[in-house]
Design a protein around this ligand. Sequence first.
Ligand SMILES: [Zn+2]
Ligand SMILES: [Zn+2]
Length: 355
Amino acid sequence: MAEKMRAQVLTEVKHFELKELPIPEINDDEVLVKVKYCGICGSDWGSFNGKYADEVECIPLTTGHEVYGTIAEVGKNAQDIAVGDRVTYDICTPCGTCYHCRIGEPLLCTNFKQIGIHTDGGFAEYVKVPWKNIYKVPDEVSDEKAAFVEPLTACLNASHKMDCTIGRSVVVIGAGLGIMHAQLAKLRGAAPVIMVDMNADRLAMAKEVVADYVIDASKCDAVEEVMKLTNGVGADFVLEAVGRSSTYEQAFQMVRKGGKVEAFGICAEDDFASLPPVEFVTSEKKISGSCAGIGYDWGDALTLMKYDRVDPTPLISMIVPLEDLEDALYEIRKNPKLVKVLVSPEATERTILYK
Ligand SMILES: [Zn+2]
Ligand SMILES: [Zn+2]
């Protein structure tokens, strides 16, 4: 095996440097994954711009946490994993001993570390991972879909928290990853499934793939439209997948009495939204949040893809070489047709997949 690998290193805020680094050495409890794809997450833009204080502390760092690859090397203690296996991995490494871990809330771990967010990740040719975090990818799931497992785990976790039930209405605000949320709501029997966005292309995709109704919030008042579609009652569930104060306020306005807002979109740390507290009491409106996927969400995401219950294919917009990472980060902000961009250390040129 070659001694060196190419890796994109965030050396300072707003600057990735393509470096030649030693291939990570694994210990007995780790495996080495050769990265084929690593998806760019909205949070990578945040890390790049130094938005999250706990992540800035980790610089210099190779980010990237939506990985699909194959096993290149196996530590002594690893079980049922062989070189060449097609894999993805749970990025969470909770400490196991803090208050939250010990009451069964590992995602809220006080010392929470995620591979590719706080420790070196997938925008590189290789990444090392604890063997227990590895999930094998079934043959039925393509390499490209497998790179979408991590985002789907986050959606699955939100789906469990929101817990929408058969026959209830669901609004999803944001038609990017929101399309996955809508697919999961539909799987649970939600009706109707309504999607809100301000981008005509994304709304057209949402209508084609999953939504019963789409609302273009650039052309009308989304709250009024939801009220009309629900006979003046409001939606049973509203999932916010944008991450803006204004859309959180709308979510709270369009949810029915006794309904639930599921918070998924990540706002800036200094953003605030105005919610009338009286409605928590007299209208019994509820809010819950979900920050990521963990553990069994990986197994479930792979099973749902294997049996075609959810299909991320329409969201996979482009594949770019590792060299193009920084350019791609900016392009995603500018080109509304780009939803998910996969970075590939194996690619030498771009593949455009969007229509
Ligand atoms: Zn992500
Ligand atoms: Zn912990």
